[in-house]
Write a protein that binds this ligand. Structure first.
Ligand code: FES
Length: 111
């Protein structure tokens, strides 16, 4: 609302832009974004268990941010690397053929 008043741009247009582009968020976002694929190829190769493992490790559900603001956790329809299924992505890095045990080591790399 403040942005709308300052710029004279209707709040509905600002909201439309803020919710359309992935780079904008309406809630505070963590320093790192962990995306888990829930697509078919990943699902049949254990992706659902991966999503549960990441959620449990971070202590947050899909779309939430950890209390220390270190990670935001999201699930996505497909990361476009189905041949690596199951796949997770942390920021711009892809990790394929994931297992629950590998996840903890990978997340530790991101401070
Ligand atoms: S279904 Fe997981 S990367 Fe495409």
């Amino acid at each position: 609302m403040e942005l709308s008043q300052r710029t004279g741009i209707p709040a509905s247009r600002i909201y439309g832009v803020a919710t359309f582009y992935e780079q904008f968020h309406l809630e505070p976002h963590g320093r790192h974004t962990v995306r888990c694929c829930r697509g078919t190829a990943c699902h049949v190769r254990g992706g659902h268990g991966m999503i549960q493992a990441v959620s449990r490790m971070l202590g947050v559900s899909d779309g939430q941010t950890t209390e220390d603001m270190r990670f935001t956790f999201e699930t996505v329809a497909c990361l476009g690397t189905c041949f690596l299924a199951p796949v997770i992505m942390v920021d711009n890095d892809y990790y394929g053929n994931m297992t629950s045990t590998k996840v903890r080591d990978i997340l530790e790399r991101y401070k």
